[in-house]
Write a protein that binds this ligand. Structure first.
Ligand code: C2E
Ligand code: MG
Ligand code: MG
Ligand code: MG
Length: 289
């Protein structure tokens, strides 16, 4: 009864359904070409802090948008990009994230932003570029969280660790993405000085059907608390899951039950409205639109 599903009924025709990658879209040319032609956009998904009781962070998520307004997600195009493209993607996403963060600041709102980093591109050149961007924009690196995704077989973990330690020393915050999934292990949590751990969606999304899995989340939460690492629950798709995790003491929430990733104009509107809302729980998109 705790997980009575009231999902999806009213969401199917909701206006924001439009702001999703178009699953049926077929590209006429390789998406690599669209990327190189400047089709990259940064979309953002809000992260709710249950202690502050407001949206405090934003995760930048890459999208490709073509001339007709068709939208592709990273699952469609990351695999088509060369190493050099990924380097360029990282630079562009970081630059945009800082600009977008500063625009929000001018409106009197303060947030941190998460940018996904594939440590495979973290060579000396990339560290140099990242440092250059931060200097150019005079942003406090503590406002930027680098989300580390190590879903590769052939990554040199020692080199990646060294670079991540450099970034941490520069003042960036680090988050280990998708912990509990294949490559994001307990060992990595031990090796890297991370501030946050993002629980893999696989542990969260199924909670409605498998409430016994709550004990698993409870254990991971205990582990991260013991290590003074903040746990972010991703893939929070329903209010019931949100409430169960909240009761358990999870601090950060990200998922469709709070908001979907959205383009910048939409984000401004969303944050504006969520500021005006004084409820103590994440304001769902449905509540707003
Ligand atoms: P991630 O970093 O784990 O990002 C979370 C993904 O979960 C996003 O998918 C987001 O749209 C999706 N998501 C969020 N809430 C929910 C929910 O409640 N339910 C469900 N079913 N999904 C949810 P997206 O945007 O398709 O990105 C997929 C992955 O692509 C990301 O996973 C990240 O690993 C990678 N990625 C995204 N942007 C970048 C980037 O700029 N650079 C790099 N290197 N990788 C990126
Ligand atoms: Mg991420
Ligand atoms: Mg993740
Ligand atoms: Mg995820």
């Amino acid at each position: 009864a705790m997980f009575e599903s009231k999902r999806n009924k009213e969401t199917r025709n909701a206006p924001w359904a439009f702001w999703s990658p178009d699953e049926s879209a077929q590209s006429l040319y390789p998406l690599r070409m669209l990327f190189r032609a400047g089709g990259l956009q940064s979309w953002y998904q809000p992260i709710w802090d249950q202690r502050a009781k407001r949206v405090v962070g934003l995760e930048a998520l890459a999208r490709l948008v073509d001339e007709d307004g068709k939208v592709w997600g990273p699952g469609d195009f990351l695999g088509q990009l060369s190493e050099k493209d990924i380097f360029s993607l990282t630079e562009q996403m970081l630059r945009k994230a800082i600009l977008d963060l500063q625009a929000l600041e001018r409106e009197g709102q303060v947030y941190w932003v998460s940018v996904n980093i594939d440590p495979q591109v973290l060579g000396t050149a990339c560290i140099y570029a990242i440092k250059g961007i931060v200097d150019d924009f005079r942003v406090d690196p503590a406002r930027i969280t680098l989300e580390i995704l190590e879903n590769h077989d052939f990554i040199d973990r020692q080199i990646a660790t060294d670079h991540l330690l450099d970034l941490k020393a520069m003042g960036f915050r680090l988050a280990l993405d998708d912990i509990g999934s294949g490559y994001s292990s307990l060992l990595r949590l031990k090796e890297l000085p991370v501030d946050k751990a993002k629980l893999d969606q696989g542990f969260v999304r199924c909670l409605e059907d498998r409430p016994q899995d709550l004990r698993f989340v409870q254990s991971v939460l205990g582990l991260t608390k013991g290590l003074h690492i903040d746990l972010v629950a991703e893939g929070v798709e329903s209010d019931a899951i949100r409430d169960a995790l909240m009761e358990m003491g999870v601090r950060y929430f990200q998922g469709y039950a709070i908001a979907r990733p959205m383009p910048v104009p939409m984000l401004h509107e969303f944050l504006e409205r969520s500021l005006q809302d004084d409820r103590d729980i994440p304001v769902s998109f449905l509540g707003l639109y």
